[in-house]
Design a protein around this ligand. Structure first.
Ligand SMILES: Nc1nc2c(c(=O)[nH]1)N[C@H]1C(S)=C(S)[C@@H](COP(=O)(O)OP(=O)(O)OC[C@H]3O[C@@H](n4cnc5c(=O)[nH]c(N)nc54)[C@H](O)[C@@H]3O)O[C@H]1N2
Ligand SMILES: Nc1nc2c(c(=O)[nH]1)N[C@H]1C(S)=C(S)[C@@H](COP(=O)(O)OP(=O)(O)OC[C@H]3O[C@@H](n4cnc5c(=O)[nH]c(N)nc54)[C@H](O)[C@@H]3O)O[C@H]1N2
Ligand SMILES: [Mo]
Length: 764
């Protein structure tokens, strides 16, 4: 009997030998260097490792495929813009092992599904296209031409183009992403869900409405000059390690840092800059001035408490708010203040879980400074009221006039290295009409104006067989999305699932009736085409577009670039009915950039400006106080306190990343900064909550969530007593995605609420 889709999607319930220690107090430094060198030497050829370490994030080098943190505009360290997790990302991508026909002949899909995600990832780089025919147990090799024709035949057999789903993960470069969305729109649908739907969608929604641009407003230089940086719902030590360098600079310039997080992540504490050998020996810089242990989803309550006290002081002294800014450049102030007055300070503070003493320390800093930057990530965006979280922090910035001036503004810290760029060039299921009009003017076909599926809607569509073909440009859909069992069924209901990937992952094993794996070049590999080695472009978290160029030889001569895959499929699908010469683009990517220049705002002289070593900034209205909102001003908003309540035995769970993973790619099994080693099936719990349930340290438990009458379970997790607020707990994703209900998501943004899953914990 072959395995069910749910069996194949599940992470194995095996324990590996957990070790727990006291979390360290110092981040980066020698430990980080050791950890990165370990991985690099185990998985990469030494000569590649050397090339990589000298070219990563250097001008004219290649852009690290890890996070989207920006590179300094000017001085870049000789040691490389080094980061432990960037090097791990490279060790994973530039692996010396490759897998092709032999590997897949030896291992059936069912057998591969029994491996852990760590083991799946370590099998090696995908080296040739593979095809899983209907009813087959093993993938078999297929030529590129046949693979393209198969995709084309399936797409052309659908009754309606809206029956196909085209997912994108945020590593895809601007060139590949632009062509991909162009193909999808010419084919006839706007079903372009992307990882952003699960990531910063709520930031985009909240910022567009309040400030007129869905991106952050600050530059790296602003961070150095800020008087206050608040880091909310973000774990930079693990997920954006180079951000610690910027925070250190800010600190040296006299700035204050406030970290708001249920966990005292090590990255907030002492930081030893690896680019400073002296510091490596003498200890590090203390980063955080005030650590605020807010309860999960207690952020709106905490911000409201600050806003209430600011209002009180303003009413006493008239010196607190930036009234000129408010009067001239904002809308909705009176209604906002009227609403704010309905809330009670004590109640808000209680809900936030923060002590009065800690509150006072934060308040004192906010009251006395006007150059404030707020940074945030998934701790704010993955809740049902995620959009409110972000709108509320914008309210604070607006009161203080902390936007559109040096050292102040919004800083949503993006995830994937080009997730922001992908959206800029058109990966958007709800693209603005003005963009679609430009496509029509340039190419002579009319893109559908109907909005397509976001991630959650795509899953529902496939589950209900309204969508029948799934195509993924990068990513690992089944492991990234919520509600694993339901989503596995959704994929299994498809006629065809296709993944363009660098590495084997679980999504290749939870397939439709037929499946294709199309292996592509990674960021670090040379992209040889007819007109020579191609460069590509990416946009970082602060809106800087820069070039990236591979430096390693491709791991196999049977893999091709993402651009070539997209062109091949577009050509095979649209054939004579296309208005576009698809195959020309793959010979010369500068032609793609010429098109981007015509269709997307801000890319004037794209090919020329991309030659600038540090790239160029895209226009950003909020940065210069031009708010392109409906009112033409920056908008205050009215936000409620979240309404969920825990029953006596319930906890609220956040699903977070360990130090050794990049989303669903598990580099290693340690979470060094949290003192958790060699295990991922763990749950971090407050010790009092353990006691109340009679649970011992390291006891094995089962987890259960019940949402709108549907029960979901995840079994076999080991309890670790941890410093986390009462009634809060934490587990790793993707192991607990099975507990995240598909219908629990951020209002208006539809981001899965994977940081506020209500669960109960019982002994196994
Ligand atoms: N090495 C590495 N780098 C990465 C990634 C990776 O997996 N590995 N992923 C990339 C991607 S795609 C993204 S989106 C980013 C993710 O970067 P992060 O957002 O830093 O990642 P998470 O692990 O989801 O961490 C969320 C943080 O929010 C806190 N938190 C959770 N709930 C709440 C809450 O209600 N309120 C507050 N105030 N805090 C809360 C958690 O304790 C945790 O510290 O990183 C990117 N960079
Ligand atoms: N419970 C829970 N779920 C979450 C989150 C959470 O915090 N909690 N975070 C969410 C977030 S923020 C995000 S962004 C998503 C991530 O969702 P995805 O972006 O879908 O997932 P990744 O794990 O980043 O994708 C990894 C795969 O991408 C492929 N890949 C790597 N590099 C390349 C490349 O250069 N080209 C191509 N074509 N493929 C490549 C490899 O095959 C690898 O297996 O997950 C979301 N899911
Ligand atoms: Mo993300």
């Amino acid at each position: 009997m072959s395995k069910t889709p749910q069996d194949k999607a599940a992470t194995p319930e095996k324990f590996l030998g957990l070790k727990v220690t006291k979390p360290p107090t110092n981040s980066v430094g020698l430990g980080a260097l050791k950890s990165a060198i370990g991985m690099v030497s185990r998985y990469m050829k030494p000569v590649d490792a050397f090339k990589i370490s000298t070219k990563i994030n250097q001008k004219g080098g290649f852009d690290c495929p890890g996070c989207a943190w920006p590179d300094p505009d000017d001085d870049r360290s000789i040691l490389g813009e080094y980061c432990e997790n960037g090097m791990k990302a490279m060790a994973e991508e530039a692996q010396k092992n490759t897998i092709g026909a032999d590997f897949f002949a030896k291992h059936s899909v069912d057998a591969l599904a029994e491996l852990s995600d760590f083991e799946i990832g370590k099998s090696g780089r995908l080296a040739e296209p593979m095809y899983l025919p209907e009813g087959a147990t093993h993938y078999q090799p297929i030529s590129w031409e046949d693979a393209f024709n198969k995709v084309g035949a399936h797409l052309n057999a659908l009754d309606d183009p809206d029956e196909a789903v085209f997912y994108t993960s945020g590593r895809t470069t601007n060139e590949a992403a632009f062509l991909y969305q162009l193909f999808v729109r010419e084919y006839g649908t706007a079903n372009l869900p992307d990882c952003s739907n699960m990531c910063h969608e709520a930031s985009g929604k909240a910022l567009s409405e309040t400030l007129g641009i869905g991106k952050g407003s600050v530059t790296l230089d602003d961070l150095y000059k800020a008087e206050v940086v608040m880091v909310v719902g973000q774990n930079p030590g693990t997920n954006h390690p180079r951000m610690l360098v910027a925070l250190e600079k800010c600190k040296k310039n006299g700035g204050k840092i406030i970290a708001i997080n249920p966990l005292q992540e090590v990255g907030f504490m002492k930081f030893t800059n690896p680019q400073n050998p002296l510091k490596m020996l003498t200890g590090g810089t203390e980063l955080t001035d005030v650590f605020v242990p807010v309860t999960i989803n207690g952020d709106v309550a905490f911000f409201k408490a600050i806003l209430l006290k600011l209002l009180e002081k303003e009413e006493q002294t008239g010196q607190v708010f930036d009234k000129q800014f408010i009067n001239e450049l904002t809308a909705g102030y009176d209604a906002f203040i009227e609403d704010l007055k309905r809330f009670d300070f004590d109640e808000c503070l209680k809900l936030s879980g923060v002590s009065k003493e800690t509150f006072d320390a934060v308040f004192d800093i906010i009251l006395n400074n006007d150059k404030i930057i707020i940074c945030w990530a998934m701790g704010l965006t993955q809740h049902e009221n995620a959009v409110d979280n972000i709108r509320e922090l914008v309210n604070l910035l607006l009161l203080k006039g902390s936007i559109g001036k040096e050292g102040a503004g919004t800083c949503p810290v993006r995830g994937h290295s080009n997730v922001q760029g992908d959206r800029t060039v058109g990966i958007w299921e709800a693209a603005p009409q003005a963009f679609l009009d430009k496509i029509e003017a340039k190419y002579g076909f009319k893109p559908t104006a109907k909005h397509g599926y976001s991630v959650i809607e795509a899953i529902e569509g496939m589950y209900n067989s309204e969508a029948k073909v799934f195509f993924g440009l990068g990513g690992n859909f089944i492991s990234a999305v919520p509600d694993t069992n339901y989503s596995a069924q959704a994929l299994a209901n498809c006629n065809l699932t296709v993944h363009v990937s660098t590495k084997l992952n679980r999504s290749h094993l939870v397939t439709g009736k037929e499946a294709l794996i199309l292996p592509c070049l990674g960021r670090a590999e040379k992209d040889y085409q007819k007109t020579g080695i191609q460069i590509q472009s990416v946009e970082n978290s602060m809106g800087v577009v820069s070039s990236t160029k591979g430096i390693l030889e491709p791991c196999s001569d049977k893999i091709i670039s993402e651009v070539a895959v997209v062109c091949g499929i577009a050509h095979a699908t649209l054939k004579g009915r296309s208005k576009i010469d698809w195959l020309a683009y793959k010979d010369d990517y500068s032609l793609v950039r010429d098109d981007i220049e015509e269709v997307v705002d801000g890319f004037d002289d794209f090919n020329t400006r991309l030659k600038k070593p540090s790239g160029f900034y895209l226009p950003n209205g909020a940065r210069i106080r031009q708010f392109k909102t409906k009112t033409g001003k920056a908008n205050f908003t009215i936000n409620k306190l979240p309404e969920w309540k825990l029953k006596e035995d319930e906890l609220i769970m956040m699903t977070i990343r360990s130090h050794d993973q990049f989303n669903t790619t598990i580099y290693g099994l340690n979470d060094r900064y949290r003192g958790i080693f060699n295990e991922r099936r763990i749950i971090m719990m407050n010790r009092e909550d353990m006691k109340a349930r009679g649970l011992e340290q390291l006891q094995v438990v089962n987890l259960r969530s019940e949402f709108k009458g549907v029960v979901r379970t995840a079994n076999k997790f080991i309890v670790i007593g941890y410093d986390i607020p009462r009634r809060c707990c934490a587990t790793y994703f993707p192991e607990t995605n099975v507990l995240v209900p598909l219908d629990s998501f951020a209002h208006t943004a539809k981001t899965p609420a994977s940081k506020s899953v209500i669960i109960t914990v019982t002994p196994e």
